[in-house]
Write a protein that binds this ligand. Structure first.
Ligand code: AMP
Ligand code: ZN
Length: 113
């Protein structure tokens, strides 16, 4: 999609270190981390809102969660704990409409969100 930050990162128009990539999604570090571990798991195709998902799109979401769980282990937060967040629309504070899953961990998040 034109003028989408995450599509531009995926397409290489905006440079960002891609930490992981598979057929469904890619992973970058959040530019403004709220915790020592803050990664974004992002579908390679432009998906926006969960309410519009088709069956095939849920396969992508499933894969994104699997990647997030594996990354939590790789980043060393699977035992200490972590949070997986998808923001949707205005009241969530969503900034980028291209769907993404936040993996947040590495310090105590109790009381935050
Ligand atoms: P959300 O508020 O759920 O839409 O999350 C968007 C996230 O993207 C925020 O946590 C931002 O810090 C992050 N972000 C914005 N621009 C970039 C970028 N160029 N590279 C990595 N993360 C970014
Ligand atoms: Zn996009």
């Amino acid at each position: 999609m034109d003028d989408c930050l995450f599509c531009k990162i995926y397409g290489g128009e905006i440079s960002s270190e891609i930490l992981y990539k598979d057929d469904y999604c890619f992973v970058i570090k959040d530019i403004n981390p709220v915790a020592p571990v803050h990664l974004l798991i992002i579908p390679s195709v432009h998906l926006a809102y969960l309410q519009s998902f088709e069956v095939e799109d849920f396969k992508i979401l499933n894969s994104m969660y699997k990647v997030a769980i594996e990354l939590a282990i790789a980043e060393g937060v699977s035992e200490s704990g972590y949070r997986l967040v998808i923001n949707q629309k205005r009241d969530s504070g969503q900034q980028v409409s291209h769907l993404h899953l936040h993996l947040i961990g590495g310090h105590n998040l109790a009381g935050i969100g």
